[in-house]
Design a protein around this ligand. Structure first.
Ligand SMILES: Cc1cc2nc3c(=O)[nH]c(=O)nc-3n(C[C@H](O)[C@H](O)[C@H](O)COP(=O)(O)OP(=O)(O)OC[C@H]3O[C@@H](n4cnc5c(N)ncnc54)[C@H](O)[C@@H]3O)c2cc1C
Length: 436
């Protein structure tokens, strides 16, 4: 019998899994452990931890495509992947206080003016807005509590005995041990080290991943308006197959767009989020320019060392900002974004840290200046933006359980997802199979 499901991580994947279990009348106990706080207590500055995880304080763009956000079709096929992602969108809609305010952008054709330089990925995207995510979080949390889910907040899991089915965790009250029949492991990016530690301890077979690194680009929105009118969360891309490098603009924020600092392994990198409330409008656009680099022998170590060396360039334990004409922005709370502005000389050092790959970013920006002629020098970059992809543990495709431990399921960013809909879909897929 599998009556006791424990979920580590109250992030997008874990919460969607619990919701699906409830919706399918799962009659066992569901327990969720998270090192962050519940949605009533979680602060704006706690970007990665707490209810809905990184997704709870993200800009809430729900992309609907099997081409982005990590591999889902690989496990479940295209049709099922789309169905699962739609369930995630439906969950966000269901707990939204004003679902009618969700904006859908669905471009259908690549505009001519970008064609000589870039391709544009075409897919639907629902835009929720960071501020509404907080309200969604509270409604969603109440639903889970009302349906008997037990939460352990501010409780960090430090070890798992897969053989004894025993979790060790710590919180302010001391140590905690919990047994499970089935374990859903959804620790996201903030738990990436922990996942790696378990993979090593249990010698889990894994697949190496690519490097995903770049910068967060920021500029006044007016320069990009022509493209934003076609696609709100536009994804420009280009490929250099012979070099094993591809680039894409990633996670575009507009209207009330703010750069966010992510802290992983004590280093700073950048991301972005967008607010929905007109009061926050700053008429800025930000997006990642991310390179996917194949063929680097130790991709994880490479990414970590680039990020950490760039934090050293700042001499302040944070990332750096370069612009030919601008100053760094403030956060939505009016606080300066944590960064140190650098000049051309320091930028040369940044280029070296990227081991020759920065030229692709330089070219990307140069070509954007051609496609968006008013842009000129009116832009800045926050360096670095990174997606740490730890080696992906091998899972059974029919339920995402580990090939070595069939009652342990890896989901979300812990299974190399890179977005809300794919992470949530992992959780739902696992729950559907537990219910079977
Ligand atoms: C600023 C920002 C903006 C983003 N914007 C978007 C966007 O617009 N659209 C999009 O699709 N994606 C976006 N993303 C990515 C998206 O948020 C993630 O892909 C998604 O949240 C991953 O879901 P998850 O459940 O795997 O992990 P998470 O949502 O990160 O949740 C993991 C949870 O596990 C908990 N945890 C970790 N380790 C432990 C431990 N040892 N013990 C207990 N608890 C632990 C954490 O506290 C966290 O709550 C954004 C990310 C960031 C940081």
């Amino acid at each position: 019998m599998s009556k006791n499901v424990v979920i580590i991580g109250a992030g997008v994947a874990g919460v969607n899994a619990a919701t699906k279990l409830i919706d399918n009348q799962f009659d066992g106990q569901i327990t969720i452990i998270d090192m962050g706080k519940d949605p009533y207590e979680r602060k704006y500055s706690e970007v990665m931890e707490g209810f809905l995880g990184a997704g709870g304080w993200s800009d809430g763009k729900l992309t609907y495509s099997t081409q982005i956000g990590g591999q889902l079709s690989k496990y479940v096929g295209d049709e099922k992947a789309m169905e699962l992602m739609k369930q995630v969108v439906d969950n966000f809609t269901r707990f939204h206080p004003h679902p009618e305010q969700i904006v859908l952008s669905s471009p259908e054709e690549e505009p001519e003016f970008i064609k000589p330089y870039f391709g544009l990925r075409l897919f639907p995207c629902w835009h929720i807005g960071t501020d509404y995510l907080h309200e969604i979080g509270k409604n969603w949390y109440n639903f889970l509590v009302d349906n008997g889910v037990e939460f352990h907040w501010e409780t960090k899991v430090s070890d798992i005995d897969f053989n004894e089915k025993l979790i060790s965790a710590k919180n302010d009250l001391g140590e905690l041990w919990l047994n499970y029949d089935r374990l859903i492991f959804g620790v996201g990016k903030s738990g990436i080290d922990f996942g790696k530690q378990l993979a090593e301890k249990y010698e889990l077979p894994t697949k190496p991943k690519s490097v995903q690194i770049g910068v967060r680009f920021e500029a006044p929105q007016k320069h990009f308006q022509k493209l934003i009118d076609v696609s709100y969360d536009f994804k420009l891309y280009r490929k250099f197959e012979d070099k094993g490098v591809s680039l894409r603009s990633f996670c575009t924020n507009n209207n009330a767009a703010y750069v966010a600092v992510e802290e992983t392994y004590g280093d700073h990198s950048y991301n972005g989020h967008a607010k929905k409330d007109e009061a926050y409008r700053n008429n800025m656009t930000n997006f990642g320019i991310l390179m996917e680099i194949q063929g680097i022998s130790y991709p994880f170590n490479f990414s970590r060392s680039v990020v950490s060396n760039i934090n050293e360039i700042s001499k302040d334990g944070t990332g750096v900002y370069y612009s030919p004409s601008r100053k760094p922005s403030t956060t939505s709370e009016g606080v300066d974004v944590s960064t140190i502005q650098i000049d051309q000389d320091d930028l040369r050092q940044v280029r070296e840290e990227f081991g020759g790959y920065f030229k692709y970013i330089d070219d990307f920006i140069d070509d954007m200046k051609k496609v968006f002629p008013t842009l000129k020098d009116d832009w800045g970059i926050y360096i670095p933006e990174v997606k740490y992809l730890s080696p992906e543990p091998l899972v059974n495709y029919n339920n995402l359980s580990l090939t070595k431990y069939e009652n342990v399921y890896f989901v979300g960013d812990a299974l190399s997802a890179r977005g809300i809909t794919v992470s949530g879909a992992h959780g739902i897929y696992v729950a559907e199979n537990i219910n079977k």
